[in-house]
Design a protein around this ligand. Structure first.
Ligand SMILES: Cc1cn([C@H]2C[C@H](O)[C@@H](COP(=O)(O)OP(=O)(O)OP(=O)(O)O)O2)c(=O)[nH]c1=O
Length: 188
């Protein structure tokens, strides 16, 4: 397989690819995310993923490039990464006791094609007490994560159940990525 370049600074995405044995090289992307101006959250994450992949830096000709973008959607409203603690508090208060979707858009640039898809997981959140929200924010965990929580960390305490892919919530639906890679490479 041609080399796979992951255009992402998310530690979770490289960990997930490593976990399942997909060799890759992490590179940066010059793409600037803009979460505004989209009516459809799915179109938004797909566009952002494609933008990140297209703007990958230092990728040799003929390589495979992967870009991804993850958001939380509650009542048709997009929750990205909180800018500060008060935004994180507000997000967690809104998620408390509710069901939301985590949507990841993925773009694969492979053999001259742009393959773009998404994956959606429903997450059922427990009701959070104010002291739980405060101690969670004080832990620092919410700050670099869409929706201000990490299911792979202390945020696991707030999740009652999920419907769909777990890895998708963490930031990259690796089983879906693997299927698309196999299809594109004619391996399956
Ligand atoms: C909901 C959820 C999100 N997240 C993370 C995954 C993503 O890293 C982040 C969403 O932000 P993204 O903008 O998708 O990604 P990023 O800025 O971290 O990295 P890059 O743009 O360079 O690819 O939220 C978790 O780690 N756990 C969770 O449970």
């Amino acid at each position: 397989m041609a080399g796979l370049y992951l255009a992402s600074q998310s530690p979770r995405r490289t960990e997930l690819l490593t976990q399942v044995g997909i060799d890759h090289i992490v590179v940066s992307s010059t793409y600037e995310e803009a979460n505004k101006g989209y009516d459809d959250p799915i179109e938004m994450v797909k566009e952002q993923a494609l933008g990140k992949a297209r703007a990958a830096v230092g990728v040799p000709e003929g390589s495979i490039v992967l870009g991804a973008d993850t958001i939380v959607v509650l009542d048709n409203q997009v929750l990205g990464k909180p800018h500060d603690e008060s935004e994180a508090r507000h997000m967690l208060e809104r998620l408390s006791g509710q069901v939301h979707s985590v949507i990841t858009g993925v773009a694969l640039l492979i053999k001259g094609q742009e393959i773009v898809f998404h994956n959606e997981t429903k997450v059922y959140f427990k009701k959070l007490a104010p002291f739980e929200i405060e101690s969670y924010i004080a832990s620092g965990e919410p700050m670099d994560k869409a929706g201000a929580y990490g299911i792979q960390g202390k945020g696991a305490l707030w999740v009652e159940k999920i419907e769909g892919s777990y890895t998708n919530v963490v930031g990259l639906p690796v089983e879906h990525v693997y299927d698309e890679l196999c299809k594109a490479l004619g391996a399956k």
